[in-house]
Design a protein around this ligand. Structure first.
Ligand code: APR
Length: 316
């Protein structure tokens, strides 16, 4: 296969299809390997008719998973079931935990050096699950496993630009912590270009960003959770990983094994990406008192989510 090869696991889903479309259009992707348990040939045939250079291959069902991920440089995982109204991301745990565990076990054998970007929720737990599987197989590298939190960044940037009448494409807001509820911590004080918020604006924007996924779940009224915005976010993050592999260092927020905050093993902060994945953990930087409180409050919740993921692998 040609490099860089990107494998997309869950390629026929609500996120997988538009994410595949965006990856097919990414000029840096040479080979796009689509894997799902259903419908992969149709999605692959459809995408293969697009006149961009990425070669598209279809892989359907567990027997074809090995070939899908073999020699992959980047593996993006949106496989799983989505939320319905009234469900939290953690309610997805039992089904999605098993899916991620089984995918990670094959990746450990077929493609232990790949950078793995996990979208499957609950991300706070599925990243520890994949990591534990890789540890068991003796191939774990904490620099190569990522929970994709880019959608929290994208939403923060959209909401801030909307509120302030700024150019959304030039607005930068780091988001740290995890990818569910109170663990999502937008660092509005670090907004670029530098932006002043009143206490009232911060007190409204912060919970809106934390609950933005639920806005979509409710609006979709049973049809699932965010797919289009998540696909955009996933493609943006995959592109950042590929640029890093190609030697173009760049900074992204991602949920990774980290020593950025004491007392918690996985934490999202800005990280520098490069040829080996995480080159440097940049940490939370200078935060406001309000943000520090949110960070402190997220630790116990994250530890619960992490322990649940670890126990799932260890108990099986
Ligand atoms: N291996 C590969 N693909 C799988 C597996 C598996 N073991 N199990 C399910 N899938 C596929 C489904 O066949 C489907 O095509 O994953 C896809 C999921 O698509 P949707 O049900 O449409 O769900 P989607 O909205 O894309 O969300 C997927 O991402 O954001 C998270 O919370 C969301 O965990 C959910 C996941």
């Amino acid at each position: 296969s040609q490099a860089p090869k990107v494998a997309l696991l869950g390629a026929a889903g609500g996120i997988g299809q538009p994410l595949g479309l965006l990856l097919k259009q990414d000029p840096l992707v040479a080979h796009l390997a689509l894997y799902d348990v259903v419908n992969t040939p149709g999605v692959a045939a459809d995408l293969s008719h697009i006149d961009s250079n990425a070669k598209v291959t279809a892989h359907t069902g567990p027997k074809e998973l090995y070939a899908a991920v073999e020699n992959a440089d980047v593996i993006v995982i949106p496989a799983g079931v989505p939320r319905k109204p009234g469900m939290t991301r953690d309610d997805l745990f039992n089904t999605n935990a098993g899916i991620v565990r089984d995918l990670a076990a094959v990746i450990a054998k077929a493609s232990p050096k790949a950078l793995i970007a996990i979208i499957t929720n609950p991300v706070n737990s599925t990243v520890p699950i994949a990591s534990e599987v890789l540890k068991k197989a003796g191939v774990y590298d904490p620099k190569r496993v990522f929970g994709v939190t880019t959608l929290d960044v994208v939403r923060s940037q959209a909401f801030v630009a909307e509120l302030k009448g700024h150019d959304a494409s030039k607005t930068v807001v780091p988001v740290v912590g995890g990818h569910a509820g109170i663990t999502i911590i937008p660092l509005l004080s670090q907004t670029k270009p530098s932006t002043k918020f009143s206490d009232d604006e911060i007190a409204k924007l912060t919970p809106r960003i934390q609950d933005a996924g639920t806005e979509v779940v409710n609006a979709k009224a049973g049809a699932g959770s965010a797919t289009l915005s998540m696909a955009l976010a996933g493609a943006r993050f995959a592109n950042a990983l590929v640029r890093g592999i190609k030697g173009e260092k760049n900074v992204q927020c991602a949920y990774v094994a980290s020593d950025a905050v004491k007392g918690v093993e996985y934490f999202s902060t800005p990280v520098e990406l490069g040829p080996n994945g995480v080159e440097k953990i940049l940490g939370v930087g200078k935060v406001s008192a309000y943000e520090q409180k949110l960070i402190d409050a997220s630790v116990a919740e994250l530890n619960k989510n992490i322990a649940k993921g670890v126990a799932f692998v260890k108990g099986n």
